[in-house]
Design a protein around this ligand. Structure first.
Ligand SMILES: [Zn+2]
Length: 298
């Protein structure tokens, strides 16, 4: 039989065009520009409570550390160096080797004042640099009055708020509203994300400085509290970027596909490969506050 006699399926051009359009619209938002390989420093030092997902047992790397190393390898996007020693590794000299830092920390870290000043006034303000805070990163340098605490103030200002308890314990399944589902760091979560994890509430929240991307949907959470509880947000810091995500208490979160994809996209976004706004949206915090008040009354 000759090759030329083989049947060729006739596909109408209109259908092909439709597939083409669907393929474009499906892939476009996650199609990153080429970016050079990213170097990440991940700090999981616990000077307060030590989470199981950052505990190194028998000298082996912790769950969260392994998850980030493997994500970098799988995507080919980044290399991660892990440390639990900020005094030795969170230094000006060492930071110069990195593009992004990740914190999953607690307590008052022994970062030297000159290294802190370099990080916050210079390093993080550089284009292509970023800070990613996971879960208890908000329970780091904690103070109830950051404006009066000069030593801790920078950290609160960078993060946007401070840990203030977790009415939703690790066994709770919560429903979260995604406010900006087109943002690359939110796209993997869809418009509504239901997930089991420990959820923090915050004091000294700065809605005028952050772009809140995900919040608890109080109408569908137990307990239902009469105030806004943000879960994830972004902000600019000079030409650098900040991404904070409350999730990550449970080991299971570190294998959750949406969570991992969000981190992958955050790296691309911080490095200039994906577009996403950091414009503050205080109106979202205000609207969520009203919604939560109404939900808690019912
Ligand atoms: Zn926790």
């Amino acid at each position: 039989m000759k090759e030329t006699n083989m049947m060729k399926p006739e596909i109408p051009l209109s259908i092909l065009a439709l597939f083409f359009v669907l393929a474009i619209s499906w892939t476009a938002p996650v199609q990153a520009k080429e970016i050079p390989k990213t170097k990440i420093l991940m700090l999981t030092e616990s000077k307060g409570f030590t989470h199981g997902s950052v505990r190194r047992n028998d000298g082996k790397l912790a769950t969260a550390e392994v998850a980030m190393i493997q994500l970098g390898q799988k995507t080919g996007l980044f290399d991660v160096d892990c440390t639990q020693n900020s005094a030795a590794d969170f230094t000006k000299e060492n930071l110069e080797k990195y593009d992004i830092v990740m914190f999953y920390t607690t307590g008052e870290l022994p970062i030297a004042p000159e290294d802190r000043d370099y990080f916050i006034n210079d390093w993080l303000k550089q284009k292509g640099h970023g800070f990613i805070g996971f879960h208890s990163a908000a329970d780091t340098y904690r103070t109830n009055d950051p404006k009066k605490n000069e030593e801790f103030r920078w950290y609160w200002d960078m993060c946007g708020g401070t840990f203030n308890g977790h009415p939703w314990g690790a066994g709770t399944t919560v429903t979260m509203t995604v406010h900006d589902p087109e943002h690359p760091v939110m796209q993997p979560f869809g418009k509504v994300f239901v997930h089991q994890d420990e959820i923090y509430q915050y004091v000294n929240w700065q809605p005028e400085k952050v772009r809140v991307l995900m919040s608890l949907d109080m109408a569908n959470c137990k307990p239902s509290k009469p105030y806004h509880v943000p879960v994830a947000w972004v902000k600019s810091w000079g030409d650098g970027k900040v991404y904070f995500n409350n999730l990550g208490h449970r080991d299971e979160t570190w294998t959750n596909a949406a969570f991992l994809k969000s981190v992958e996209n955050a790296v691309k976004w911080m490095r200039g490969g994906l577009e996403g706004s950091t414009e503050p949206n205080p109106e979202v915090s205000a609207a969520e506050e009203e919604k939560a008040k109404a939900a808690a009354k019912e």
